[in-house]
Design a protein. Structure first.
Length: 149
């Protein structure tokens, strides 16, 4: 009889939201710092040139005006590590086209990461014991075994 279109009672697809992190609206911050300047708008979003010194904004971090009124949140982060840009997805009551090139936007200081988090970790002076010397000894043994033939 049946095909696969019935109303099964499986457990997939209808999550109850148990575990994981829920959304928590922290409200406006006490103070904000300049995050960048508007370069242009694209598809209803703002494209911002980041002016944070050695810092990168969190994804989904709220973006504010200087008077701490929320205008949107970080959507995408673009560019090289030395030339960071990001897009701002606007709030429902805001329009990206209402802003002019060069307008400043602001961010909560707690919602930025140091740029070092995105760089490769420096090699430590202390290596794993035995790893490099063993590789060097293997190289030497192959070199000397070829010469003795």
């Amino acid at each position: 009889m049946g095909g696969g279109k019935g109303k099964g009672k499986g457990k997939g697809g209808k999550g109850k939201g148990k575990g994981g992190r829920g959304y928590y609206d922290e409200g406006p911050p006490e103070s904000v710092l300049p995050a960048g300047e508007l370069m242009h708008t694209c598809e209803g979003e703002m494209v911002i040139k980041c002016t944070l010194d050695q810092k990168v904004p969190y994804f989904n971090a709220p973006i504010y005006l200087e008077n701490i009124s929320k205008i949107g949140q970080v959507d995408e982060i673009l560019g090289a590590i030395t030339n960071v840009m990001f897009t701002v997805k606007m709030e429902d009551n805001m329009s990206a086209e209402s802003f002019a090139k060069g307008d400043k936007v602001y961010i909560n200081p707690a919602k930025v990461l140091p740029v070092e988090r995105f760089l490769p970790a420096p090699k430590s002076a202390i290596s794993k014991p035995g790893v490099e010397p063993v590789a060097f000894m293997l190289f030497l043994s192959r070199t000397f075994s070829l010469r003795t033939l």
